[in-house]
Design a protein. Structure first.
Length: 208
């Protein structure tokens, strides 16, 4: 059955979680299993095998997709994307802090991509700013509805605080507060007004 759609947005180059089609274009594709084990899952400190594997990866057209696949699936052993397990260790340690806007954009376009905590937060804030409902966010990110509501509530507070602090010391501070209140009133998640005490303002000035 065919479905007619008016969405003519070009598909992003980023692969989805379940999309392994990139593996067919890898230079290691079709190599004997014994050679793959010796080169890419080499013995410790086997520099000859490491150098040969890196030479193959250096010419591979899907090296980045291979590297992302190792990070997304917590593959800590062997050479992936031209990097050994030791070289990938810092990337694994900070993967939840990664903020790749190509992944954020792909998530908005409906792709099932692996998002870090920072990328999930960016998607939630953009979704809140666009007026998404928690139900739509839950569907887009494959989340439980209660979790999506919590994320939207946190995003609402973060956006409201950002808008208030942006004009805190300027001439239009009152106007910004009024705009923030208007936004909170029309948003899908209600944001209570937060009072800025003199002690808080003094602390912010000192920190600045």
């Amino acid at each position: 059955m065919r479905y007619i759609t008016t969405n003519d947005t070009p598909a992003p180059t980023l692969r989805g979680i379940a999309d392994h089609s990139w593996q067919a274009r890898g230079l290691c594709r079709g190599m004997p299993a014994k050679d793959i084990d010796e080169l890419f899952f080499h013995a410790a400190r086997d520099r000859a095998a490491i150098d040969e594997a890196k030479a193959i990866c250096g010419r591979c057209p899907v090296k980045k997709a291979c590297f992302d696949y190792a990070l997304d699936n917590e593959l800590r052993h062997g050479i992936w994307g031209g990097l050994t397990e030791t070289e990938r260790r810092p990337w694994h340690a900070k993967v939840n802090k990664r903020l790749d806007y190509s992944r954020v954009k792909a998530a908005f376009e409906g792709r099932d991509v692996h998002l870090s905590d920072a990328e999930r937060e960016a998607v939630t804030r953009h979704a809140y700013a666009r007026g998404w409902s928690p139900e739509r966010l839950a569907y887009a990110l494959k989340l439980d509805l209660d979790w999506a509501r919590d994320l939207m509530r946190n995003a609402a507070h973060a956006v409201a605080d950002r808008d208030r602090y942006w004009g805190l010391y300027g001439e239009d501070a009152t106007t910004d507060d009024e705009h923030a209140e208007d936004d909170a009133g029309t948003s899908p998640v209600q944001v209570p007004r937060q009072v800025h005490t003199h002690a808080l303002i003094a602390a912010l000035r000192k920190a600045a």
